[in-house]
Write a protein that binds this ligand. Structure first.
Ligand code: NIG
Ligand code: FE
Length: 426
């Protein structure tokens, strides 16, 4: 149930104002209001401005102030809720041993080719009941919420067969109904080549196109289709075929592109009009230029590069070449087992050379654009969903400065207080 709330006296109201992705230089514009206030009615933002202007309007409007919860954000910064636009948070089992193998020198792809990696999680996810997946998914969403995430994208891809892919997507639909974090579901049936299809990747793509995707689309279980376009997984040609079929079914497109090898995934994303291309550690200058031109959001996942000890994506270069960059966690049980937003901020600013302002845009408005929601979330603008966070510090600069530690004190989702670090001091 959406709520009514007024947040006033915010030392800094960081609105991130905008209704579409910000590209290049525009990523630095945060549109800050000092001593700001925001009014949320029935879950929707109805007024934004200086407290000195907004508060008298509220009092004069005839609305009983008693209909609203009022939060005093004196000495605190207020921002839009974070949008984590790339995760794989519904899965069974864990792969802690792989972390140690990687420390001993095995690469992510070597582990995958030995039948470990994603296929390991596929086995576990097939064996896990829907109820158990809902339970673990809920705990993960609770943790994301504590980091200030109010909307998350979640991918299937640990089934690689119709029933398990659908089970994962149904788990997300069930969680979306009961949890305050909104979930945007993506079909990632082409996440790995399952046993039985090794060396017959084209036949697996045929299976997904003819037997799985139509069912997923007909049941309205996914908004996006994604594919792991990578050497020794799915080629550019196979990716094009699958994504074109997805588009014909009304799904929007995403691509795991150029993560390990510069295969041309970014170019394909531009060619097909994908909403985002993700990872992009090895993307060529041409791929970057094509994405900028086509308006594909470049979604960067620095936690994965960190965890796999791979070079970071060229975030600075992409912004300097007029791309819209988003940042996300890639939370998953293998390459990046973390939902930590503070870690993403630390890596993006210290190692990818994004400014603090650019990193904030990348996790708010551009995160929303990466899931085609820039018109409804990702900024504090009138008409948007009332999803905001209150920091325990006066300015947004504290977010990366407090390295690896969450600065989020309160989270408001659709006008309701849904997380409070200090509910009642005892
Ligand atoms: O985005 N690269 C492919 N997929 C995921 C990893 C999934 C896993 O290892 O379980 C990623 O990094
Ligand atoms: Fe991923």
């Amino acid at each position: 149930m959406p709520g009514n709330i007024i947040i006033k006296n915010a030392h800094q109201l960081v609105t991130c104002s905008g209704f579409e992705a910000k590209k290049g230089k525009a990523m630095s514009e945060l549109d800050i209001i000092d001593d700001g206030a925001v009014v949320i009615q029935n879950g929707v933002i109805t007024a934004v401005g200086k407290t000195a202007d907004i508060w008298p309007q509220v009092e004069a409007s005839g609305h009983a102030i008693s209909e609203f919860d009022v939060l005093d954000a004196r000495g605190k910064a207020v921002l839009p809720g974070f949008v984590d636009s790339h995760t794989h948070f519904v899965f069974g089992g864990y792969r802690a041993e792989e972390f140690s193998w990687r420390l001993s020198g095995a690469s992510y792809m070597e582990i995958m080719q030995r039948g470990g990696g994603i296929l390991n999680t596929v086995k576990a996810t097939r064996a896990t009941s829907k109820e158990e997946l809902i339970e673990s998914g809920k705990k993960r969403l609770d943790s994301m919420l504590s980091f200030g995430v109010t909307t998350v994208e979640g991918k299937s891809g640990y089934g690689l067969d119709r029933d398990t892919e659908i089970k994962q997507l149904k788990v997300m639909a069930a969680l979306d109904n009961v949890h305050s974090v909104d979930i945007v579901p993506t079909f990632l049936g082409a996440h790995a080549v399952p046993a039985g299809y090794q060396g017959r990747e084209d036949a697996f793509i045929d299976y997904l196109i003819s037997e799985v995707m139509p069912d997923v689309a007909a049941r309205n279980l996914a908004e996006f289709c994604d594919i792991f376009c990578e050497q020794n997984v799915f080629s550019v040609k196979q990716s094009r075929r699958l994504l074109q079929a997805a588009k014909a079914l009304g799904l929007k497109l995403k691509i795991h592109a150029d993560e390990i090898v510069s295969l041309g995934g970014a170019e394909l994303a531009a060619e097909l009009g994908a909403v985002s291309a993700d990872h992009l550690l090895q993307t060529s200058d041409k791929g970057i230029a094509n994405m900028a031109k086509a308006g594909v959001v470049a979604t960067l996942l620095p936690g994965t590069a960190f965890s796999l000890k791979e070079p970071y994506a060229r975030g600075r270069y992409m912004i300097d070449h007029n791309c819209a960059v988003a940042l996300a966690t890639d939370f998953n049980p293998g390459s990046c087992f973390t939902e930590s937003i503070p870690l993403v901020f630390a890596l993006a600013t210290l190692y990818m050379n994004l400014t603090v302002e650019e990193a904030i845009t990348a996790l708010t408005l551009n995160g929303a654009a990466a899931i085609d929601r820039a018109d409804t979330i990702g900024s504090i603008d009138v008409g948007k969903s009332g999803d905001v966070i209150i920091l325990e510090f006066p300015t947004y600069h504290y977010i990366p400065y407090h390295i690896g530690v969450s600065t989020v004190e309160k989270v408001v989702k659709q006008g309701k207080l849904v997380f409070d670090k200090e509910p009642e001091k005892c």
